[in-house]
Design a protein around this ligand. Structure first.
Ligand SMILES: Cc1cc2nc3c(=O)[nH]c(=O)nc-3n(C[C@H](O)[C@H](O)[C@H](O)COP(=O)(O)OP(=O)(O)OC[C@H]3O[C@@H](n4cnc5c(N)ncnc54)[C@H](O)[C@@H]3O)c2cc1C
Length: 458
């Protein structure tokens, strides 16, 4: 772990790809040093707060509550340049990146922190027909889709037979379970209220069906059995059905086929089935590890290269037991800080530190007043309202600014006490354009062939 030799007192240029939890925390820590110039490249002009995407999808929070302007986050640092641009390829040996607009950025140090994207595992039609939940755009689109279904059936109840109010969620991990719990609350609030307070008067309480499907044998598999049992009960109380030991074989335009042979009419299939590294990992010119991520050394450098680091969801970072750490915001944020520290060590000619993850535990919210948390390394268990409150506190703390925290708390309080999500907007109007007679099975099969081909190629 000897550091690359660098001349002190000379301004060094650090190029960071990705302004998420990892890239932004690295940039912020480096920005305090006037002998460093930072160029932060991101395809969006904002940091998206993925842990709260499901709250945008279910109308609890507005998109602006969970996305933060990167220039504003770094304002006051004259040594930081933010560029909104997509990096399309990387020359790792030269520490140079190329953007979609043809520009090149070369640094004394290169930090790769491009995050994750949905992994459809080659499920036929899933890429084309399902609704992933991994970006702000995904969450806004899904919110519009859910509203489009409610509006359509309110106008024409016969669309029920075409699966308009059948919602299938693929994956019972934290993303799928949190989405299912909040969505169960949303449907109950929309359909089960007394008539005068009911937004969709023509829809009956039992008409909306949420089904969670997972190939594993428990919801929230990373949690303890009591937490799993609690989560399963909390979902059932919200009218969510869970089918375990079952995978998705095909997603069509208006149906889903399960591994037990069941074909369920469903116009909205929500994909929470897994992650892989962002697509940039295909254009690095090196062999990547599990999930397309870059295997890094203990000090977060990429083996065999000088001055190149990979962080957060874009990297396989080994934990204490040698296994890769999970894709978590806290891992990403801490790895960003450690990387900045190691770059400063490189410049000072000092040895780098190994990354040690400070594990604060895991938690999941399963709708209003319900949550599970396993706090700290010793996994002290919390359930119910106290875990729900802990979840709110921890996620508010992770938000980028005090203003963002206050705004999120106002929305949460409104939702909690008002029991109403009155202001969800159907702004993606394309989600209303549905050919109800086109089940697109043929398109699913075509997508199957294409995705199998792409998977083999990657
Ligand atoms: C639905 C969901 C719920 C989650 N819930 C939790 C939770 O409750 N708790 C928790 O700890 N973690 C949670 N996570 C995980 C957590 O959000 C991630 O681990 C974290 O965001 C990873 O940070 P990152 O900086 O590595 O990547 P990201 O935050 O994804 O940032 C990557 C950045 O890179 C940019 N980028 C990508 N490709 C390019 C390119 N080619 N050119 C330029 N820019 C590019 C992206 O625009 C993005 O801004 C959740 C994730 C999801 C998807």
């Amino acid at each position: 772990m000897k550091s690359a030799e660098q001349k002190p007192n000379q301004v060094k240029h650090v190029v960071i790809v990705g302004g998420g939890f990892a890239g932004l925390s690295c940039a912020r820590k480096l920005a305090a040093n006037p002998n460093i110039r930072i160029t932060l490249l991101d395809k969006n002009n904002y940091q998206q707060f993925q842990p709260l995407l499901y709250q945008v999808a279910t109308g609890i929070l507005a998109p602006g509550n969970i996305a933060f302007n990167l220039r504003a986050a770094l304002i006051g640092h004259s040594n930081v340049d933010v560029r909104m641009t997509e990096v399309v390829s990387v020359d790792l040996n030269a520490r140079m990146v190329q953007t979609a607009q043809g520009q090149q950025y070369q640094g004394d140090f290169l930090v790769l922190a491009a995050g994750s994207q949905a992994n459809f595992f080659g499920a036929p039609g899933a890429d084309e027909n399902s609704y992933p939940l991994y970006s702000l755009h995904d969450a806004e689109r899904l919110c519009s889709r859910i509203l489009a279904m409610l509006e359509s059936v309110d106008r024409d109840p016969s669309l029920m037979a075409k699966g308009a109010l059948n919602f299938v969620i693929v994956g019972a991990g934290p993303t799928g379970t949190e989405m299912a719990g909040a969505f169960g609350d949303m449907l109950q609030a929309s359909l089960k209220r007394e008539t005068s307070k009911k937004p969709y008067r023509n829809l009956a309480a039992d008409q909306g069906q949420i089904l969670v499907v997972d190939a594993g044998h428990a919801v929230l598999s990373a949690f303890s059995p009591p937490a799993q049992a609690y989560a399963a009960k909390a979902l059932a109380e919200r009218g969510v059905q869970v089918r375990l030991g079952t995978s998705v074989k095909e997603v069509g335009g208006g149906h889903v086929v399960l591994s037990d042979g069941a074909k369920i009419p469903a116009q909205t299939v929500i994909w929470a089935g897994g992650l892989k590294a962002a697509s940039l990992s295909n254009n690095l010119g090196i062999n990547t590890g599990h999930g397309g991520r870059i295997d890094v050394q203990a000090d977060l450098t990429v083996p065999g290269l000088t001055g190149v680091y990979a962080l957060g969801d874009f990297a396989n970072i080994a934990g204490k037991d040698g296994k890769p750490l999970p894709q978590l915001a806290s891992v990403a944020e801490q790895s960003g800080k450690c990387c900045a520290k190691n770059i400063l060590s490189d410049i000072a000619g000092k040895p780098r530190d190994s990354f040690h993850y400070f594990d604060k535990g895991i938690m999941a919210m399963i709708g209003r007043n319900s949550g599970v948390a396993e706090v700290g390394e010793h996994r002290h268990e919390l359930q119910g309202a106290i875990a729900f409150a802990a979840w709110l506190g921890v996620h508010a703390a992770l938000l980028t600014s005090t203003r963002a925290r206050i705004e999120a708390f106002l929305e949460w309080a409104w939702d909690y006490f008002g029991m109403a999500r009155g202001n969800a907007i159907l702004d993606h109007r394309e989600e209303l354009r549905i050919n109800w007679n086109d089940d697109r099975e043929d398109r699913a099969s075509a997508a199957s062939a294409a995705s199998t081909h792409a998977d083999k190629a990657s």
